[in-house]
Design a protein around this ligand. Structure first.
Ligand SMILES: Nc1ncnc2c1ncn2[C@@H]1O[C@H](COP(=O)(O)OP(=O)(O)OP(=O)(O)O)[C@@H](O)[C@H]1O
Ligand SMILES: [Mg+2]
Length: 336
């Protein structure tokens, strides 16, 4: 487990820059944890504090009950064997395993190259590798000391979408197969959506919000997180809905317009069918936006519940008892 307690970092010089302003964070073993933020937010500073490449100005970095901020350089060097790191830009040097025999090294290299899918490239020079292949070598190198933690600072930012996807799949595979805790630093919500279990959003050295990725996507709280979420999924009401003559006035000549929010196991079809079967109403779906976060569906449907006033109200009360989010958006004319 990684615990950051009240981490601050002020860069020296004439202009004192407070890059981190009291970060508190716990990352569980085996988790893929995303840290998202815009340029200059403090992401790289934060991730470099985790392995103490950057010394926090104050606060504690505790990994498996050991306080790294209290260690001397040689203790830190030993501790860093447990923490691999990959970057956006990388220098590929030969793989050095100090103190290991040639046999052991060869075996290790072969198994690492196999793990990252580069067995057929063992004899290549770095200049003969594509960006994605180089990043695979970067990952293999980071895994050479059998770390428990892998820190990735914008590891896919220089790659095209297809290659990004394959590298993210590799990271996910490493997490599943080896149980390594992965910290993913990114400015792209798509990366978070693809592989992260939890995410924290950082702005001007402060964590604005954090939580399970599924929860964040369905219900972001901070403006920063809302901006990131809407950058890849639109939760706004479609313009056409607003033109239906929606009012907040219930009357016998109007139908209830309802938004159903789904996440996880509760998917849309059974719910709609359920309401139709249980009540004397018809349900027409006006708009739907369902996406997947890893294997979990999430999104919403906008439906009109058609029946007499009393039955509509009963149907909605029933919807409220279901494990989905729901809200009445207003009432539309019967001939909507
Ligand atoms: N070595 C340094 N000396 C002085 N200031 C620094 C140093 N490194 C970073 N900063 C400043 O600290 C702040 C946070 O920088 P950091 O590199 O952590 O941001 P970031 O979120 O990683 O940004 P990006 O997405 O562009 O990589 C910025 O204002 C930056 O200018
Ligand atoms: Mg950075």
């Amino acid at each position: 487990m990684i615990t950051l307690k009240n981490i601050t970092k002020t860069y020296g010089g004439a202009a004192q820059i407070q890059a981190l302003k009291g970060i508190n964070l716990t990352i569980d073993d085996g988790e893929i944890f995303g840290i998202i933020g815009k340029s200059g937010a403090g992401k790289s500073t934060l991730v470099r504090c985790i392995n103490m490449l950057e010394k926090p100005t104050s606060g504690q970095v505790i990994i498996d009950d050991k306080d790294l901020t209290k260690m001397n350089e040689s203790q830190l060097r030993a501790e860093r064997k447990n923490i691999g790191m990959i970057f956006q830009h990388f220098n590929l040097l030969s793989l050095e395993l100090i103190g290991a025999s040639k046999d052991v090294i060869e075996k290790k290299v072969a198994s690492l190259l196999d793990l990252v899918g580069l067995s057929d490239r063992a004899g290549n020079y770095p200049s003969q590798l594509s960006g994605g292949q180089k990043q695979r070598v970067g990952i293999a190198r980071a895994l050479a000391s059998d770390p428990k933690i892998l820190l990735c600072d914008e590891a896919t930012s220089a790659l095209d979408p297809q290659t990004t996807k394959s590298i993210l799949e590799l990271l996910q595979d490493i997490n599943k197969r080896l149980g390594i805790t992965i910290v993913v630093i990114t400015h792209e919500m798509a990366v978070v959506k693809e592989i992260c279990h939890r995410v924290a959003v950082i702005e001007s050295g402060v964590i604005k919000e954090m939580g399970r990725v599924v929860d964040i996507f369905t219900n972001p709280q901070s403006q920063t997180m809302k901006d990131f979420v809407t950058s890849i999924i639109n939760m706004e009401l479609p313009a056409g809905i607003k033109n239906l003559g929606v009012t907040d006035q219930l009357s016998p000549d109007r139908y209830m317009l309802v938004r159903l929010r789904f996440k996880g196991a509760a998917t849309s079809d059974p719910v709609v069918a359920d309401i139709v079967r249980k009540f004397n109403v018809e349900v027409s779906v006006l708009y739907g936006n369902i996406d997947y976060i890893q294997d979990e569906p999430f999104g919403y449907l906008i439906v009109v519940i058609m029946g007499d006033m009393e039955t509509q109200a009963k149907a909605f009360s029933y919807i409220k008892t279901l494990p989905i989010g729901s809200e009445v958006l207003g009432y539309v004319p019967r001939n909507h």
